[in-house]
Design a protein around this ligand. Structure first.
Ligand code: NI
Length: 210
């Protein structure tokens, strides 16, 4: 999932993509790439290849930057998701900054990487919530999507251990968004046909301008 707030796209991180190829940042597929429509297969081997895939997915997601990524978005149709909502770190000193000409402070965030392998949605609530979603595969585009407000999720970790947890808020929304990717569904597929066409046309225009 993409972040709604415009992030500071530091040039350094862009450059590192060119010079430090060993960082294993993978290419993120974008609409209308047909590979995004693939149904992802369950993970059966909890091995080093899986660990490498997950490490690369985090690297790719942090670089983008985004808060969630499904393996299929980097062209690997396996049921693997990474999420990091990167909450504010209340213990850290605010960092002074003047990147837009005004002196202000940023509260550093702390990384909270979470891996979801073979995730299942168990008890979506009747209650719905609306979130302005974005997606690294639909760059720069945002739209309001309605989803169950609370869910119970079951998933496996990198060692194949099963976990189960009740979730709400942004984590519930983000996990549902990422789980949609496993079925070949993008957030724009939840919109009316008219709205979806508008988003895709806007993206097309943006790409031509770039
Ligand atoms: Ni997405």
């Amino acid at each position: 999932m993409g972040l709604h707030q415009p992030q500071h796209r530091h040039l350094a991180s862009r450059r590192s993509r060119d010079y430090l190829t060993q960082m294993a940042i993978r290419e993120i597929l974008e609409v209308p790439d047909p590979r995004l429509k693939q149904i992802s297969a369950p993970v059966t081997q909890f091995d080093d290849d899986l660990r490498t895939l997950v490490a690369d997915m985090f690297e790719t997601m942090y670089d983008a930057p985004g808060i969630g990524l499904a393996a299929v978005q980097v062209g690997v149709p396996l049921r693997v998701l990474v999420i990091d909502l990167q909450p504010d770190d209340p213990d850290a000193e605010p960092v002074p900054c003047a990147h837009d000409g005004h002196h202000h402070h940023h509260q550093p965030t702390k990384r909270e990487p979470q891996v979801f392998i073979n995730p299942e949605l168990l008890e979506p609530s009747e209650e719905r919530t609306i979130y302005n979603e974005g997606c690294l595969s639909v760059p720069e585009m945002y739209a309001e999507v309605v989803r169950p407000a609370r869910i119970r999720a079951r998933w496996q970790d990198l060692d194949g251990q099963t976990h189960e947890e009740d979730m709400d808020g942004l984590l519930a929304t983000c996990l549902q968004h990422e789980m949609d990717h496993l079925e070949g569904i993008l957030f724009i597929d939840h919109l009316s046909r008219l709205k979806r066409t508008m988003v895709l046309k806007k993206l097309e225009k943006l790409r031509r301008a770039a």
